[in-house]
Design a binder for this molecule. Structure first.
Ligand code: CAA
Length: 397
């Protein structure tokens, strides 16, 4: 019976217990992101969604403000901020434009963070500085037509030719695919070694044989630039491999742990944005002689929304704090993404309901947030993948 009292399970969870007080710097970052979202992104968001327009100019401005390489070492062009600031900024940008925030999230947490953490000084000097400053944009290329959730079964090959790799294959669903300059591409070098034979290569736009394929016509995040990419005998120099030979799959998994904090924060922003719109509308709209929030049917929806938003925010901040404290954060980031993406679906659906018929038309924003919410349950690991990650971690405690 003794082991029950050692409570290893509880200890591991409590190790992440956090201080909820935000610093002045973190609040200033949040306010700057909020101003940018309200003043720069909001005016064109409906049109960009309708016309599937990538907010190239606005994303460049985000870079100038230091939001595209938030956690990167300033020595390599970054802002040197913590992950909590990143969560706060992602929430504010995502409240208004989730198409912009996914470009921001991929650049920050999948591309810049991975390069900063695992790249060589030469790779950082050549690629990271421009990515972190927002002069250039990055993309992360793991998914393939037949390798989505089952990410180890990569069909793209990177054959070792001595001084370079010869890259062949197709990548699917690549965020920033058409507008990126720098691509981190996972490919199989030695199929006999399985996932231990996968490498991550830095590929530049314009390399011979690298073709940007079709753009996807999507349900949501329509301003985001999602493409198929094709590699036909692309020669990638050996010095563009990240880490040791065969490190590519672990690189992808480690990087996705942080990426999931970004997408969880995106889902949080979509959810809190929809809630704010529902609260405001419930005060304006009258039915049966009084504002609709005075009807309990509406007030209870707002109570549920507020509770889910708060819980999602706490999970995002807790994941961020674990990462900043250099604690393991794979499990908590998967929990944050699983919970926040479900909250985003629940809350946006109810926000449309609160708006009634007006919620179904574009100018009230909530229908777009509902369409945008769905992808947060799919990319950077579906909700089912998050449950695999969480359950394996729980069972290994
Ligand atoms: N950190 C480091 N290594 C890890 C790891 C982690 N978090 N998770 C797994 N690994 C390692 C394992 O240790 C193992 O290596 P060894 O055999 O050397 O020990 C190796 O990776 C394979 O692990 P598993 O045996 O657990 O592999 P699996 O096939 O059973 O499952 C998975 C792994 C968790 C399901 C994984 O395939 C996965 O996360 N799939 C989802 C992929 C995903 O998230 N794709 C999103 C695409 S990117 C995107 O959406 C970006 C965008 O543009 C928005």
């Amino acid at each position: 019976m003794k082991h029950y009292f050692r409570a290893p399970y509880t200890e591991k969870i409590n190790r992440y217990t956090m201080n909820f007080q935000l610093t002045e710097e973190q609040l200033a970052v949040r306010d700057a992101a909020r101003d940018f979202a309200q003043n720069v992104l909001k005016p064109g968001v409906i049109e960009r969604d309708e016309t599937q327009t990538f907010a190239k100019e606005e994303i460049k401005q985000l870079g100038e403000l230091g939001f595209m390489g938030m956690m990167v070492d300033p020595a390599y062009g970054g802002s040197g901020m913590d992950t909590i600031s990143y969560v706060l900024a992602m929430e504010e940008i995502s409240k208004i434009d989730a198409s912009v925030s996914v470009a921001m999230s991929v650049n920050n947490s999948l591309v810049c963070w991975g390069l900063d953490k695992f790249g060589t000084h030469e790779q950082k000097t050549k690629y990271l500085v421009d990515l972190a400053k927002g002069n250039k944009l990055g993309a992360f290329c793991l998914s393939e037509p037949e390798a989505g959730s089952d990410a180890t079964s990569q069909k793209t090959t990177a054959i070792d030719m001595g001084d370079h790799y010869l890259l062949n294959g197709t990548k699917n669903w690549i965020t920033n695919g058409g507008n990126a300059d720098t691509y981190l591409v996972m490919a199989q070098t030695d199929s006999e070694k399985g996932h231990r034979g996968i490498n991550c290569l830095i590929v530049e736009k314009g390399m011979d044989g690298f073709v940007i394929g079709a753009k996807e016509n999507k349900m949501g995040i329509r301003g985001s630039d999602t493409h198929t990419l094709i590699f036909n005998d692309v020669k990638v120099p050996k010095e563009n491999r990240i880490g040791e030979d065969g490190f590519g799959f672990k690189f992808a998994m480690k990087t996705l742990e942080g990426g999931r904090i970004g997408i969880a924060s995106q889902a949080l922003g979509i959810a809190s944005g929809a809630m704010e719109l529902a609260v405001a509308y419930s005060k304006e709209r009258k039915a049966f002689g009084k504002p609709i929030h005075e009807h309990q049917a509406i007030a209870f929806k707002l109570a549920d929304m507020a509770t889910e938003v708060e819980a999602a925010r706490l999970l995002c901040l807790k994941a961020a704090q674990a990462k900043d404290a250099k604690q393991p954060f794979g499990e908590i980031s998967a929990m944050a993404k699983l919970f926040a993406s479900k909250a985003a679906m629940d809350i946006t659906t109810e926000a449309v309901q609160v708006h009634g018929g007006y919620g179904y038309v574009k100018e009230y924003h909530v229908e777009r947030l509902m369409r945008d919410a769905k992808i947060t349950q799919i990319y950077e690991g579906t909700s089912e993948i998050q449950k695999i990650v969480i359950s394996r971690s729980v069972l290994n405690r």
